[in-house]
Write a protein that binds this ligand. Structure first.
Ligand SMILES: [Fe+2]
Length: 211
């Protein structure tokens, strides 16, 4: 092979290698969009838990252990969203605005919480079964979050799958298990105010799953 041909040949391979490297490093558009949707979902969860935190803190509920639990969860969800935003930056993907965080108020199962937000409380909104409803709503939300994370992990990008599996999925399973334990405990309490107060105290002291 003559020198000019060798140079052209080398340039051709260098270009191919560079394109391949760039394609692997830059996350593809469908997966980028899935991660962006996940960020919205994490932010939605954060807002949802923040609202529940203040709801239980109000004098109508005065369940400060539940307030602490949901406030802590809200901060956790925000951290999850932040970590995904940092990840997008690492993969050279624009994070974009979060102005489209979905509304959850119109959904009927969150009606009591929405009545609290809008100030339209009714007597039935102050029932003792509210901690159980809150925990069941949280389970629904966390299971949805888990399903969406699994879809991202099942995608074609090995590094993203690794990141999601190690940073999110295990913790997600632990959160759902914890919530399901509270659901069982609150179901067994069967509306007993003393039982709810006992669990509330334990949540306040950070002694989880001890009932
Ligand atoms: Fe999360």
């Amino acid at each position: 092979m003559g020198k000019p041909k060798f140079i052209l040949f080398s340039l051709f391979f260098a270009t191919c290698f560079y394109s391949f490297t760039l394609a692997s490093y830059n996350l593809d558009t469908p997966l980028s969009n899935m991660v962006r949707d996940q960020i919205k979902l994490e932010m939605q969860a954060s807002l949802f838990y923040q609202t529940y935190g203040h709801y239980f803190e109000s004098s109508d509920q005065a369940l400060h252990g539940f307030a602490k639990y949901f406030t802590d969860q809200s901060l956790e969800e925000k951290k999850h969203a932040d970590k995904l935003m940092t990840y997008l930056n690492q993969r050279n993907v624009q994070v974009k605005t979060l102005s489209e965080v979905p509304e959850f108020c119109p959904k009927l199962k969150f009606k009591k919480l929405c009545n609290f937000i809008t100030g339209n409380k009714t007597k039935s909104d102050l029932n003792i079964d509210i901690p159980l409803t809150a925990v069941q709503n949280a389970i629904d939300l966390e299971e949805k979050v888990f399903d969406e994370l699994e879809k991202i992990a099942d995608g074609s990008d090995a590094q993203l799958s690794h990141f999601i599996e190690h940073e999110y999925l295990d913790e997600q399973i632990e959160s759902i298990k914890e919530l399901k334990d509270y659901e069982t405990q609150l179901t067994k309490i069967n509306g007993s105010y003393i039982g709810v107060l006992l669990l509330d105290r334990w949540l306040m002291e950070g002694k989880q799953n001890k009932l």
